[in-house]
Design a binder for this molecule. Structure first.
Ligand code: ZN
Length: 395
């Protein structure tokens, strides 16, 4: 038990419980029965795609099918329609505790490729003070460099893309890196999102040695299929270049492996090996209720749970990947429960982290920059009064 004092947007003191005495009730949260955690950050979202499953009604299937469904729908999307879905998704994530989001945003085909960009820049402005939102361009290999550059000029922070979908993946990767280098911005590349593509993660790592702008690689599915010696070679390149790796368990579990009806692969990157090697590692909820994943609760505790059961991380490692590790990969100031750190905090009902990740109670308080920005309370009744005393009180 500890008392935590906040000084503005930072943590001022962490002292034994009871030390600070009763505070002003208007500016004190009593968190008995709650676990206080560094708030989650989501390093890989697609707010422009989120919550479109119902409108698109796509068939279930793999990445290729999802992209086809998305592109067939994209010419119907307006800035307002994208912004409405993106805002709803961001606020749900905030209610669950995520106070920083990095979202990719598609450069769309057709006469106005920046519809998604304008929508997400608008949402970022609307939600300023509630959460931090970083944006990354996402274009195909036919997307001209001018569209990436126009998106950066319109307020997008980083350059991204999906070279594994190009006929010449290294050439597309090189093109994206050059766009970023010329503008002096970082990159976050959808990398090797396939069980059997050529490996480009090491190509990326070797190309960015010495960069000061942030570099991260998402998915890295292919890495998880390599034999140990080859995998470790690639990881050595990733470490040498200090590239952050972002796993996206729910989407990869859904999209990968449709061709294998026996011993279906999980499609995750080499989660365990990356963490053991000391690579800067994070994980995101990625697609939520869109053609790339029909489900998802927009909850970092769901992503952490999947890293444990499908990636074999410890619960502590899994929560780090969706909170402090994610902030590190995103280049945000640290948020830990110690003096001087930013007060990005999530309190969840539960006694310890295992219980919190297992139950994912929706009883939560969320603080961004020291301010309470979301509060959720649940109420349950069970029609068995004689049995209630055996159940933990007031849960
Ligand atoms: Zn993605």
């Amino acid at each position: 038990m500890v008392d935590v004092r906040l000084d503005g947007g930072s943590i001022g003191a962490v002292v034994p419980g009871g030390t600070l005495g009763p505070g002003d009730p208007d500016s004190t949260l009593e968190l008995d029965g709650f676990l206080l955690l560094p708030a989650p950050a989501d390093p890989h979202a697609h707010l422009d795609k989120a919550l479109s499953w119902g409108a698109i009604r796509p068939p279930m299937g793999d990445l290729r099918l999802a992209i086809e469904s998305w592109h067939a729908y994209s010419d119907q999307m307006t800035v307002d329609e994208i912004a409405d879905r993106a805002r709803a998704q961001a606020l749900t994530m905030l209610a669950h505790g995520t106070t920083a989001i990095r979202s990719h945003v598609d450069l769309l085909p057709g006469p106005d490729p920046l519809r998604g960009v304008h929508a997400l820049v608008r949402v970022r402005d609307e939600l300023r003070g509630l959460l931090d939102l970083e944006l990354v361009t996402l274009g195909g290999y036919l997307t001209p460099a001018e569209d990436h550059e126009a998106a950066l000029a319109a307020g997008v922070d980083l350059v991204g893309g999906a070279p594994h979908l190009a006929p010449d993946a290294p050439a597309e990767l090189t093109r994206l890196l050059e766009i970023a280098r010329q503008r002096g911005v970082g990159v976050d590349i959808h990398t090797d999102e396939s069980l059997d593509c050529d490996v480009t993660l090491d190509v990326l790592a070797r190309a960015v040695v010495g960069w000061t702008a942030p570099v991260s690689a998402g998915h890295c599915v292919r890495l998880g299929t390599l034999d140990g010696p080859r995998r470790d070679q690639v990881i050595a390149d990733v470490l040498a270049a200090d590239v952050g790796v972002i796993a996206n368990p729910i989407t990869n579990l859904y999209l990968q492996g449709w061709d294998s009806d026996v011993a279906t692969p999980r499609g995750l990157t080499a989660v365990r090996a990356l963490v053991d090697a000391g690579v800067r590692f994070a994980a995101g909820a990625d697609n939520v209720r869109d053609p790339f994943n029909p489900l998802g609760r927009s909850d970092a505790l769901e992503t952490a749970m999947l890293l444990v059961v499908a990636g074999h991380l410890s619960v502590d490692q899994a929560y780090a990947a969706v909170s402090t590790g994610a902030r590190d990969v995103m280049g945000l100031p640290p948020a830990r429960i110690e003096p001087g750190a930013r007060a990005e905090l999530l309190a969840v009902r539960g006694d310890d982290l295992v219980e919190v990740v297992a139950t994912a109670s929706l009883d939560r308080y969320v603080l961004h920059a020291g301010r309470l920005v979301a509060l959720s309370e649940t109420h349950s009744r069970v029609a068995a009064p004689a049995l209630l005393p055996t159940y933990p009180e007031a849960r």
